[in-house]
Design a protein around this ligand. Structure first.
Ligand code: GDP
Ligand code: MG
Length: 439
């Protein structure tokens, strides 16, 4: 999706004036890109209609930078389509707060149950009780128990003989006794939506009256995910969606349609198999990501957990004032290394999908070391003012770092693109805050 939009965006951002013809061309590209990304047809139609209306309106045509205004409109509409606001999680007045996890088999319910429990404890100092209600496969109970062990958290289970409705009921009583303030119920899934499954889930719901019903859907299933969301929502009136495996989904189609079709917010995003790989879903950032500008804000947030607050503040400030230098870049690379799997981090960097070689997240350790070597071969002045790097300096740097002039050139180009992207990113607004507990 991003690739396709990139070229159109590039064409339009430089323009001083936008004609209706430009807008038409742009929306056509957006439309194709969305359909290609497996976004629901009707959703695309509505979206394009709104973008067109706004883009040919005064707001855009009479502004000083119409090209950027069009992008802004597209981004705002994409954001609105995905819910417009940041995720919250219910807090019951009368603890425990009950969260019921539902979804098809393999969607990631059990994993996400563990991730949520981990998050509630880590970020909100809560003590959740995990409940194993998938009694159809012994392995499912074991899986949740193993997660509980890893987290040193209690798991309530009664084997495969008990009835899921009873298990859930008794788990609630147990949670009250043990002062667990959250109860996370992991339910069974099927390969397809069927009435038996829905009946059982409805019974559990009626009995435990959950504060949240989170539908867990696999983002990789694209349009199917949307259909699944629609039927679960009809039957159970879910309160929110967790989109899993977003780490493997580059298209973002499911994210775009689900909110529009169910009118329920996507609250969280699963970004990997590990227990700390759950993030709040930020529609605005997802929109940026879809537009190919890189998810700088998520990167900053991730960095925040590993880097100290002050460093992050400095980085943000530098991005705002555009005083980001190669020294900062070098430092960032060090941080990125600390943060773990390179692939997902790189894909969050602005402009990452524009840079050859990064495309399939194939940036390996060797390339990283080369980049580091190149920067280390620069003088202090060169790191701060890369403009001064002329041909003879390039030769010197290449020699000093054991690379080639074309590698040096590539890095310089990448760096300047990155700065450009940062500028665009920082010009965009930040999300609004609403009611409820901030995830
Ligand atoms: P359930 O049948 O709905 O309970 O699904 P599971 O929790 O057992 O997950 C099915 C598979 O998906 C497991 O192999 C998980 O490790 C994997 N999985 C779950 N969430 C994510 C995610 O966010 N990213 C990735 N890459 N894998 C995930
Ligand atoms: Mg499961």
């Amino acid at each position: 999706l991003a690739d396709r939009l990139q070229s159109t965006i590039k064409k339009i951002t430089g323009k001083g004036k936008v004609s209706e013809q430009d807008v038409k061309e742009m929306t056509r590209e957006v439309r194709l890109a969305l359909l290609e990304a497996d976004v629901n047809f009707k959703v695309v139609k509505d979206l394009i209609k709104r973008i067109k209306e706004r883009a040919v309106g005064q707001e855009v045509m009479e502004s000083l930078t119409p090209g950027q205004q069009v992008i802004k409109v597209v981004k705002e509409e994409l954001t609105a389509l995905m819910g417009g606001e940041q995720s919250k999680i219910a807090v019951s007045d009368r603890p425990p707060t009950v969260i019921m996890m539902v979804g098809l088999q393999g969607a990631g319910k059990t994993t996400t149950s563990g991730k949520l429990a981990n998050h509630l404890r880590k970020k909100h100092n809560r003590s959740p009780l995990l409940v194993a209600c998938d009694v159809y496969r012994p392995a499912a109970i074991k899986q949740l128990e193993t997660l509980g062990e890893q987290l040193s958290m209690p798991v309530f289970s009664q084997g495969t003989e008990a009835n899921p409705v009873d298990i859930a009921t008794e788990a609630l009583a147990k949670a009250k006794e043990e002062h667990n303030d959250y109860v996370i119920i992991d339910t069974a899934g099927r390969l397809h939506v069927d009435t038996d499954l829905m009946d059982e889930l409805e019974q559990i719901k009626a009995k435990v009256k959950p504060d949240e019903i989170f539908l867990v859907v696999d983002a990789m299933t694209g349009q199917d995910a949307v259909n699944v969301a629609e039927s679960f929502n009809e039957q159970l009136d879910i309160t929110g969606v967790v989109l899993t495996k977003l780490d493997g989904d580059t298209r973002g189609g499911a994210a775009l349609s689900i909110k529009a079709v169910t009118d329920k917010p996507i609250k969280f995003a699963g970004m990997g198999e590990k227990l700390d790989e759950l993030e709040a879903f930020h529609p605005e950032r997802m929109a940026s990501r879809i537009l190919g500008m890189g998810d700088v804000l998520s990167l900053i947030e991730k960095a925040q957990e590993n880097v100290n607050e002050k460093q992050v503040k400095e980085l943000e400030e530098k991005m705002r004032t555009m005083s980001f230098t190669f020294d900062d870049f070098l430092e960032q690379m060090g941080q990125v290394r600390k943060m773990g799997p390179l692939d997902d981090l790189i894909s969050m960097l602005p402009g990452a999908n524009k840079v050859k070689g990064l495309k399939n997240a194939q940036l390996d350790e060797k390339q990283i070391s080369q980049v580091e070597a190149i920067i280390q071969s620069m003088t202090k002045q060169e790191r701060q003012e890369p403009e001064v790097i002329n041909a003879s300096r390039k030769k010197r740097i290449a020699k000093g770092s054991g690379t080639t002039v074309s590698q040096v050139n590539r890095l310089l180009k990448q760096f300047s693109e990155m700065k450009k992207m940062m500028k665009q990113m920082t010009n965009m607004q930040k999300g609004k805050k609403g009611k409820g507990m901030n995830f």
